[in-house]
Write a protein that binds this ligand. Structure first.
Ligand SMILES: C[S@@+](CC[C@H](N)C(=O)[O-])C[C@H]1O[C@@H](n2cnc3c(N)ncnc32)[C@H](O)[C@@H]1O
Length: 194
């Protein structure tokens, strides 16, 4: 299990190899496909520096972003302020975070692969609870093909078990494939919460 302090230490040391310094091409793929339409309410758990938050806020989405580490939360808040953009950014442990108003969409990028695999079921339950029926989970499943992590490999067969068809409608076609370097890829899937 990785605590707030461990993630914070990574941000302070700058050992943040996942941070591309700009919004992911995966997000632009979903936007170009019309999967997300403003002013939808979008949640980004484990947002990190959250460049996707800027992009969605700029386009008129109602965005809530969470991260357990204070440094990226502060970075993101400052950036939004400087750009005159509005979004809700909270420093919170996603396993304890709740909402009274379920979201239209969750953008899941490099958070599932960051948490310990023993916590995946609890995270999948949170994703289910955070979304309204018919809401969209835009999941980027990390493919490392390796043991250990983070990032932990998200084998697609295991994802089908974690997000079972009784609760989630899987798409006929996969979405974007984003190169993450070091032989890793994120494979995007748009799942509909039943
Ligand atoms: C690999 S980073 C990805 C950050 C961002 N999504 C990106 O793509 O740049 C994983 C992020 O999840 C956050 N995180 C890990 N466990 C968390 C938890 N229990 N609650 C909230 N955030 C968490 C970390 O602080 C870190 O910023």
């Amino acid at each position: 299990m990785h605590t707030e302090n461990e993630w914070e230490a990574r941000y302070q040391a700058g050992t943040t190899g996942w941070d591309r310094g700009q919004a992911s091409p995966g997000l632009f793929y979903w936007l170009d496909q019309g999967m997300l339409v403003p002013p939808a309410q979008v949640l980004i758990p484990g947002c990190g520096n959250g460049y996707e938050v800027d992009e969605l806020a700029r386009r008129g989405f109602d965005v809530v972003a969470l991260d357990i580490a204070p440094t990226p939360v502060n970075n993101l808040r400052q950036r939004l302020l400087h750009q005159g953009l509005k979004a809700t950014v909270e420093q919170a442990d996603l396993f304890y975070w709740q909402t009274d108003t379920p979201f239209d969409a969750v953008y899941e990028q490099t958070c599932l692969c960051a948490i310990d695999p023993t916590e995946r079921e609890a995270y999948a339950e949170k994703l289910y609870q955070w979304l309204r029926p018919g809401g969209l989970l835009l999941a980027q499943f990390m493919q490392t093909g390796q043991e250990g992590g983070p990032p932990f490999h998200c084998a697609l067969g295991e994802m089908e078990t974690l997000f079972p068809p009784a609760r989630w409608r899987w798409p006929d076609q996969a979405g974007p494939v984003v190169d993450m370097g070091e032989g890793r890829q994120e494979r995007g899937y748009a799942l509909v919460r039943r």
